[in-house]
Design a binder for this molecule. Structure first.
Ligand SMILES: Nc1ncnc2c1ncn2[C@@H]1O[C@H](COP(=O)(O)OP(=O)(O)OP(=O)(O)O)[C@@H](O)[C@H]1O
Length: 298
């Protein structure tokens, strides 16, 4: 059995070496060959993950923030042989780990690899890229690029929330045409957000009903509205009842085709992606991910 560990040493900071040692020790019982690959730059994690597919590795363990996990998923997706994926969260938000109930403490996350409990998980495909968690279009989505690393470190996901709230209040609505399983929606919106899992920006109440392998996007379109109305959405957002609001169009769909008169930026798993238009679909149960027996929900 062969395992590849993909480690982003910049996310692990001074503890990265210790984590690497611990994980090697944990995997040694089951795997004869364990390779540790350290990323140096953007694209490395994706290239390592693809190499693991082509060289028929049994497992790939991605250690880093959501950026590293996203790259690993891009390297694995739609390959003929796909190793099982382990996730050791070392970032600030760690949405994918939250959604799968993988412990946010790296040592605890390493320990669950021992259980060897695999769960098939949906992956999203948008144009020619893959994502684990969420795509978003609109001012709030663009705001996430304004969050400085210092703010992220100090405030974690709250930093995104604050930037998002600011952008709502100044926000220009955009015109979108959204084709989905149930038909077509056209109109002015502040935000389109399509989640595969229940955790978005570290916030787990957006789509509490989203299951990691239900084969669906949970898409919310926040219609253009006045500022007092925006304020009235906050309680339903916090209660996980956003989809009930009449200012919100909710759809559960296996695909989304989105166009606009302008090439608005698309945010993919928290990073800036290609601008509109896009075609997105769910690849159901596409990757087998290590999860804990004790923590299975969703
Ligand atoms: N050795 C390295 N030194 C500095 N940056 C690196 C290194 N290896 C990869 N990177 C960069 O790190 C980024 C990915 O970071 P990732 O999201 O995994 O962690 P993070 O920034 O700590 O997490 P978060 O975004 O949750 O705070 C990529 O843009 C990648 O190019």
């Amino acid at each position: 059995m062969k395992a590849m560990i993909i480690l982003n040493p910049s996310s692990g900071k001074e503890k990265a070496a210790d984590y690497a040692e611990k994980i090697e020790e944990t995997l040694r019982d089951r795997y004869d060959d364990i390779d540790i690959r350290r990323t140096e730059k953007e694209g490395d994690a994706e290239a390592f993950a693809t190499e693991a597919c082509l060289s028929l590795y049994d497992a790939v363990i991605a250690m880093g923030g959501d950026g590293t996990i996203n790259e690993a998923i891009n390297g694995l997706a739609e390959q003929k042989h796909r190793p099982a994926l382990g996730i050791i969260p070392l970032g600030t938000v760690n949405d994918f780990a939250r959604a799968l109930n993988i412990p946010l403490d790296p040592y605890e996350a390493i320990a669950i690899l021992n259980e060897h409990n695999l769960r098939p998980v949906d992956i999203g495909k948008i144009n020619e890229h893959y994502f684990a968690n969420v795509i978003a279009v609109g001012a709030i989505a663009e705001a996430s690029y304004n969050v400085s690393p210092e703010m992220k470190t100090r405030l974690g996901s709250l930093a995104y929330f604050m930037e998002g709230a600011k952008s709502f209040l100044n926000g220009e609505a955009i015109d979108l045409v959204v084709e989905h399983e149930g038909g077509k929606w056209e109109g002015r919106t502040f935000l389109l957000i399509a989640a595969l899992t229940n955790s978005v920006g570290g916030f787990e109440a957006l789509a509490p009903h989203a299951n990691v392998n239900d084969g669906k996007f949970h898409a919310f379109i926040i219609k253009k509205m006045s500022v007092p109305k925006i304020a009235s959405l906050i309680p339903s957002l916090l209660k996980g009842e956003l989809k009930e609001s009449e200012e919100v169009e909710y759809m559960r769909t296996s695909y989304l085709n989105v166009t606009s008169d302008k090439p608005h930026v698309v945010n993919i798993d928290g990073e800036e992606g290609e601008p509109l238009p896009f075609k997105a679909k769910v690849l159901p149960g596409h990757l087998d991910v290590f999860v804990s027996f004790n923590n299975e929900k969703n």
